[in-house]
Design a protein around this ligand. Structure first.
Ligand code: PFF
Length: 458
């Protein structure tokens, strides 16, 4: 367990120890239930390829520049998200509130995300026991409804997940986050490729691929564009200080734009591979892609039951999802843990316990959203849905605008270019200029426009 003293000086600060470690941990944050649960169901409910296309454009024009901005800020300051903003803007303005907003977003996301992870972990066991194998989706739907409708199971599985992640984090950055993600990420790719290979042999593989890759632009509405942009933020874990926090553990000689670009490509690849694994199977067995959030829990088990070795493949799929959820949850919890550890000068284990304690209320509200609190709704949304909607469609885009504005108008070009070139070691000024211009003008304007339209304000 990390024995490092609280708020250690930058030189003795824990951090990622190798290039692959940096990549695996950052990719581990980006790849998560977003790829296997959100991207497929949002693509399914928002018209397929056209939605994917908007998501890809938002990823490139908005998500990637903000990711690069966050990582360079974190690496420059070598501190948690709140301190990073304080350090980089020591005199004027309450910029540090961006860090606080990010921490709040982390709690909101953790609350519902840990519940979806809870269902995933529960499904591993159910799949091993053969409980959810049936070609009849009404049977698989009953299984899922029984799980989420049971407050005790929803609550307990959530805490199994949270305690597991909290325990890994107590070991620190090198021995905790890096050690785990370095082993899990390759496993994730292997499992995913096996599932894709099986799916592509199915009769209706072509229909599934067309749904994914042949855009019908008539399907696009402004609220679809807002959802696609929210997804771009959520997917790359940006707009809330996660990448700032991970950036503070980056090595000084790590090439930030190249690493961020690779992470983005690998993340998009995982989403596309997940789509290739899921949609051909959905079409082949006559299901509809618009099933919504339950796609993974109801439709997929019914699909697996019709495949050769279906049960084994299903166990593999839910292990894959659990692996993905683990890397993302580590980074989500790390945001408040780093803040409490460094600012309150308490040890990492204590900061972890404090974070989990504060998370208990919103997490429980999310766990009970499908049962005890089902009638507790704000604007027709249960706490679970509300946390998801507010974080993805409001808090992350807002955080993204503020971070872009901060870099473009406050931190400024000289500091940004020095940070991106590793203090002049890399010759990437032209690239840095493009990214800086995107951050200064394009990102804030685009995000404001999409938010205003999507939220019905313009
Ligand atoms: N990027 C993760 C996913 O797609 O599942 C979710 C996530 C992790 C969002 C960490 C935000 C974050 F800070």
């Amino acid at each position: 367990m990390s024995t490092q003293t609280p708020a250690a000086s930058p030189s003795s600060r824990d951090g990622f120890s190798s290039r692959f470690g940096v990549f695996a941990a950052t990719l581990g944050s980006a790849v998560g239930l977003g790829n296997l649960w959100k991207v497929p169901y949002l693509t399914g409910t928002h018209g397929g390829a056209a939605f994917l296309l908007v998501y890809l454009v938002a990823t490139l024009l908005i998500g990637l520049p903000v990711m690069i901005a966050e990582i360079s800020m974190g690496r420059k300051s070598r501190a948690n998200a709140v301190t990073t903003l304080q350090t980089l803007a020591p005199t004027r303005g309450p910029w540090w509130l961006i860090g606080v907003l990010g921490m709040l977003a982390a709690f909101f996301i953790l609350a519902f995300y840990s519940e979806v992870a809870a269902w995933i972990f529960a499904y591993i066991l159910k799949a091993i026991r053969g409980e959810v194998i049936s070609s009849d989706p009404t049977v698989t739907a009953d299984e899922f409804t029984a799980l989420i409708g049971d407050p005790v199971q929803s609550f307990l599985w959530q805490w199994v997940v949270l305690v597991l992640i909290g325990t890994i984090l107590m070991f620190g950055i090198t021995k905790g986050i890096e050690a785990v993600t370095k082993r899990l990420m390759p496993l994730l790719f292997v499992l995913l490729i096996v599932l894709c290979a099986v799916s592509l042999t199915l009769d209706e593989a072509k229909a599934g691929l067309e749904f994914l890759f042949k855009p019908d632009l008539d399907e696009l509405t402004t609220s679809t564009v807002l959802v696609a942009m929210g997804l771009a933020f959520f997917k790359l874990s940006v707009g809330m200080g996660t990448m700032m926090t991970y950036g503070s553990y980056f090595k000084p000689d790590q090439n930030i734009p190249v690493t961020a670009f690779r992470v983005m490509c690998a993340d998009v690849a995982v989403s596309l591979l997940a789509g290739i694994a899921i949609f051909p199977a959905v079409f082949t067995f006559g299901f509809v892609p618009e099933a919504g959030p339950s796609l993974v829990f109801i439709t997929l088990p019914a699909v697996f039951s019709q495949l050769p070795f279906g049960q084994t493949l299903m166990v593999a799929f839910f292990i894959l999802a659990a692996v993905a959820a683990t890397g993302a949850l580590l980074s989500l919890l790390e945001v408040p843990i780093a803040i409490f550890h460094e600012r309150l000068r308490i040890s990492r284990p204590r900061a972890t316990v404090l974070t989990l304690g504060l998370l208990a209320a919103p997490a429980t509200a999310a766990a009970f959203s499908q049962n005890l609190l089902i009638n507790w709704q704000v604007a027709d949304m249960t706490p679970f849905v509300l946390f998801d909607y507010v974080s993805s469609n409001i808090m992350l885009p807002l955080g993204g605008i503020l971070i872009a504005v901060f870099v473009g108008w406050r931190w400024g070009w000289p500091a940004f270019s020095v940070a991106l070139s590793n203090e002049g070691q890399l010759r990437n000024q032209r690239l840095a200029r493009v990214i800086f211009t995107l951050l200064k003008y394009v990102t804030p304007l685009l995000v404001i426009l999409v938010m205003a339209q999507g939220l019905g304000l313009a």
